[in-house]
Structure formats: structure tokens, C-alpha cells
Ligand binder design. Structure first.
Ligand code: SAM
Length: 505
């Protein structure tokens, strides 16, 4: 049964006794012409894998299943899943329904698993209460995408596609246009939905740039400048940035930088396009950084210390003792970065479900306790760089998900008196990627987040730094490759320890 009309929608809702949930932004589409417009704008073909966010009762999903090769539909409302699985989508064998909150799904992983990491298309009639977070999260996490074609509030669609010096132009326009080329495909009246939304709607298609046409060296820094620039629109850009609490530039810093890139020092943010913001950001990071950075906070395993071989050997001893196949270094590396328990649960077949889990994990703790310093050592070049940083007069510290007393011992053993603080996992303090341990270190050093740089080797470190409001430099010599780091949204990646110094001098 085609659901894209009022009668069929009401019939299905009544049949399953579904009361629409306002909290989830449920406005179901009832106009087939609009559905066709969305799919036409997305240029869906049988070659495509499509991610639909919020399938609802399956109105658009049915149509997507007919036109696309494969459809993955993520729906938060548990009550709608049986309708999709047993009724409205039961005749299609190219659809997969996932009952989850899209904001909690690791979409990069999903694309890797379901489409071999090849780009997908996102198509949705989005729940309006989280339109912007959903779209920005897809873009900032660098999910492999061809396009995002979505129904959203008209007013938000206009802001996304606005150009400089117009009333709708702002931080959202710049963020979206940095990654994509927006195209407003249609305006949609409220009577195309059940229930009718209170705001006007529009279909927008965001085509991802194959190569970013404008690239800031430090994306996160540029977006901070952009947010600052539009935070108080009536101020000049230099005043707005100087007053912005997440940046430590003075008005003079900004005026000088604007003049250096050929702009009037008294401009307002709305006069700058993406290219100018990127130039301003690059100029500031090159010329003003040295004065503001006062400390370097390091992750431990995979960043300062190469612990892989001892962790691998210990795991293989235990796996063999319990009759399981041994693992390769690559497999061990992929499971590292999230603490010891996470590591072992990802290499033991069936993880924590395995009946040998408890016994063998206890045994692993014992074996690693004996073997943790056999092959473990600082990565080549680390000790020299740590000495250089000390000479520059900067503070240094370690944050880790290892137990706190171990971290303190290791810091003392390998890095003597260079580390002013070394914090690990403690009772009552949340592990990384929560910012708690990093915040504790920053407090101990008596600094602000924007005076520190965080250096780490995994996606957990990128997220920790982001959560703590610190710039992250990712290192490619640890447990993750450059490609994996890029996928996790790393903005700065270095391949040798000495490259770190260029961010500090
Ligand atoms: N696609 C359907 C249609 O066009 O008729 C429904 C669209 S309705 C505007 C939004 C859908 O998103 C609802 O089914 C709602 O339950 C679902 N939703 C809301 N928040 C969500 C979230 N965080 N993750 C996944 N789905 C969500």
C-alpha cells in the first residue's frame, strides 16, 4: 500500500494505535509530488546506498527502496519499528532498519560496514528539532557522502544557502558552504504533512565538494573565528573576536591580521566570505600562536610510549593458554586507545559474552603486569622533542585512560622531571573522551583550555580535546593510521615528533 496520502497514513496510525510523538518531531509526509522532488533532487539510482534518517511509518522509505540499491533507515521511535518491519517495508529485501538515535550512531563505522567505506547519500524528512546538529555532525565528522537531501525548516534552508552581506548569512551558511554546494530544490507548504508543522518547510540538497575549494589549515580555529564574528553582528569583527571567550586574541591582533590579508580593519563579520575567513584564520595561526600556547598535554599509550608489543605479546600468551587463535599487531592496534578492558573485550572472540571472559581477563592483567616493561619504550624522537618543549618554557603533562598510579609510575620512569602533571583513570572521574581528566590537568597547571595543545593518537583523543575545548594535534605514529585519523575528523596530523614544535614556536 502506498502510504503517501492522508487516508493511508491515518489508517496505518490507527491500525497500530500510534499516538504521534511531538518530542521526536513527527510530521509525516502525505504528498507524493514532494516525495518525488526529494528523490529527484538526490538523483537516486540503483547504484546508491541511501541512509534515511527517521523513516517514520516508511512513506519515503518505500519509494527509496524502489529507486536505490540499498537503504539503511535509522528510526529513534521504538513503537514505529514493528510497523516498518512487519508491514510497510516487509516486501522489500534491500532495506535495513536500525532502531537508534542518529546522534548516537557512529555513521562512519556504519558506512564502512554497510558500504565498504564508499560514499552514500543521505535522504530524509528530518525531525526539525535537531536539523542543524544532524547535518553539522555528518559534515564535521567527514562521513563519506555524495549528498545530503533533506526536508528542513524553510528558514534554516535559507540560512544554509545565503551569501555574504544578506540578512540570512551567518555562521551556519559558512559552515555548510565550506563542505557543500547547497541548492534549494522546493518550498513545501504545511498541508503536505500530518500533522501540519507550525513552520514553513523546504527541500535542500547539499552536494559535497569532491575537493574542498577553500581550505583552512586549522578548520576548528576558522569555525571559532566565524562563530565569534557572528556572535554579535553589530560589532566590528575585531571587537567581536576580542570579546569571544573561546579565543584569546586582542583587538589589535585581529585588526593587524585583517590589514595583512588586505581587508579594512573595521569590517563586520558579515562582509567576509569563506575565503577571507580561511585567510584570516591561517594568518592568525601562523603569526599569533606562539604567545598563547603555554602547555602541551600528551596522551600516553600510542603517543609518547609504544606499548603495543607488550600488550600484543601478553594478549597472545593468554589467548593461547585459553585455546583461542592469536592476533596480529594490526588487530591489537585497532582495539587500543580506549583502556585495557575495551582492548581485551575486542580481541577475545565474543568479547564479554565469552564464558572465559572473566578468568582470562584476570589472567591478562597478571601477565601484562609482569610483561608491561619488556618492549615498551618512548617512540623515536619523543625524548628529544620533550626536551625542546621544556627549553621553550612550556609546561607538559600526561592524560591517560590507564589506572592513575600506573600513569604516574610510567611518567616518572620515562620522562623524569619533564611532566608537571600525569593523570590517569581515577574513581569518580570520567574516562576519556569525557573531558574530566584533561580538565583536571588544566586546572593543576593553572591554565585555560585555549592556552594548551593536546597531542594524541586516536579518535578518543580527538573527542577528548574537543570536549575540553583544546586544539588537538593528532599523531600518525601510534595506534591509528593517518587515514583513520582523517576519518575521525583530525584537523592537524603530524608524522614525526619534531613536527610538533612548529605549533609551539
Ligand atoms: N520520513 C517520515 C516521513 O517523511 O513521513 C517521517 C519524518 S518525521 C519529520 C521525522 C522522523 O524522525 C520521525 O519518524 C521521528 O520519530 C524520527 N526521529 C526523530 N528524532 C530522531 C533521531 N534522533 N534519530 C532517528 N530518528 C529520529
Amino acid at each position: 500500500m502506498d502510504l503517501c496520502n492522508s487516508d493511508a497514513t491515518i489508517q496505518i496510525l490507527n491500525k497500530y494505535n500510534i499516538a504521534l510523538n511531538k518530542r521526536f518531531g513527527q510530521n509525516f509526509l502525505t504528498d507524493p509530488r514532494v516525495r518525488e522532488k526529494i528523490c529527484d533532487a538526490a538523483e537516486i539510482t540503483k547504484e546508491d546506498t541511501v541512509l534515511e534518517i527517521g523513516p517514520g511509518i516508511g512513506t519515503m522509505t518505500q519509494y527509496l527502496c524502489e529507486r536505490a540499491g540499498h537503504v539503511i533507515a535509522v528510526e529513534i521511535d521504538r513503537g514505529l519499528v514493528p510497523i516498518l518491519k512487519n508491514d510497510t517495508l516487509s516486501e522489500f529485501d534491500n532495506v535495513e532498519i536500525i532502531n537508534d538515535d542518529i546522534m548516537k550512531v557512529d555513521i562512519n563505522k556504519l558506512v564502512e560496514e554497510k558500504n565498504g567505506g564508499k560514499p552514500i547519500k543521505v535522504v530524509a524528512n528530518l525531525p526539525y528539532y535537531i536539523t542543524t546538529p544532524i547535518i553539522m555532525s555528518l559534515l564535521e565528522k567527514h562521513v563519506p557522502l555524495y549528498s545530503i537531501t533533506v526536508m528542513i525548516q524553510k528558514e534554516v534552508a535559507e540560512r544554509m544557502s545565503a551569501g555574504p552581506s544578506t540578512k540570512d548569512y551567518g555562521a551556519l551558511s559558512l559552515a555548510v558552504q565550506y563542505y557543500t554546494k547547497p541548492y534549494l530544490a522546493a518550498n513545501v507548504p504545511a498541508n503536505c504533512f500530518i500533522p501540519r508543522p507550525k513552520v514553513g518547510s523546504a527541500v535542500i540538497s547539499l552536494k559535497l565538494h569532491e575537493e574542498l575549494p577553500i581550505k583552512a589549515r586549522d578548520e576548528a580555529h576558522m569555525f571559532k573565528l566565524i562563530r565569534a564574528g557572528f556572535n554579535e553582528r553589530r560589532k566590528t569583527l575585531s571587537n567581536a573576536i576580542a570579546d569571544f571567550k573561546d579565543l584569546s586574541y586582542t583587538r589589535a591582533d585581529i585588526e593587524n591580521a585583517l590589514m595583512a590579508i588586505g581587508m579594512n580593519p573595521k569590517v563586520r563579520g558579515e562582509a567576509l566570505g569563506l575565503e577571507e575567513f580561511a585567510k584570516l584564520s591561517d594568518y592568525l595561526t601562523e603569526n599569533n600562536h606562539e604567545s598563547s600556547i603555554k602547555a602541551v598535554i600528551f596522551d600516553l599509550d600510542g603517543t609518547l610510549l609504544n606499548t603495543l608489543d607488550d600488550l600484543l605479546d601478553s594478549a597472545n600468551i593468554v589467548l593461547k593458554e585459553f585455546g583461542y587463535p592469536e592476533i596480529e599487531a594490526e588487530e591489537a592496534a585497532a582495539a587500543l586507545g580506549n583502556g585495557f578492558e575495551y582492548y581485551y573485550s575486542h580481541i577475545l572472540p565474543d568479547g564479554k559474552e565469552n564464558p572465559d571472559w572473566e578468568k582470562s581477563f584476570e589472567r591478562l592483567k597478571e601477565v601484562y603486569g609482569e610483561r608491561c616493561e619488556i618492549k615498551t619504550r618512548p617512540y623515536d624522537g619523543i625524548l628529544e622533542v620533550i626536551d625542546e618543549i621544556k627549553k621553550l618554557g612550556l609546561k607538559q603533562a600526561i592524560v591517560s585512560n590507564k589506572p592513575d598510579d600506573r600513569v604516574k609510575d610510567l611518567a616518572k620512569k620515562y620522562f623524569a622531571d619533564t611532566m608537571e602533571a600525569a593523570f590517569g583513570e581515577m574513581k569518580g572521574i570520567k574516562r576519556k573522551p569525557a573531558p574530566d581528566v584533561a580538565n583536571a590537568v588544566i586546572k593543576e597547571l593553572k591554565l585555560e583550555p585555549n592556552e594548551c595543545i593536546y597531542v594524541g593518537d586516536s579518535e578518543v583523543d580527538i573527542a577528548t580535546a574537543k570536549n575540553a575545548g583544546i586544539r588537538c594535534i593528532s599523531v600518525a605514529w601510534g595506534f591509528r593510521t593517518k587515514k583513520q585519523l582523517k576519518k575521525s575528523g583530525a584537523s592537524d596530523i603530524i608524522e614525526k615528533p619534531e613536527e610538533l614544535l612548529k605549533y609551539l614556536k
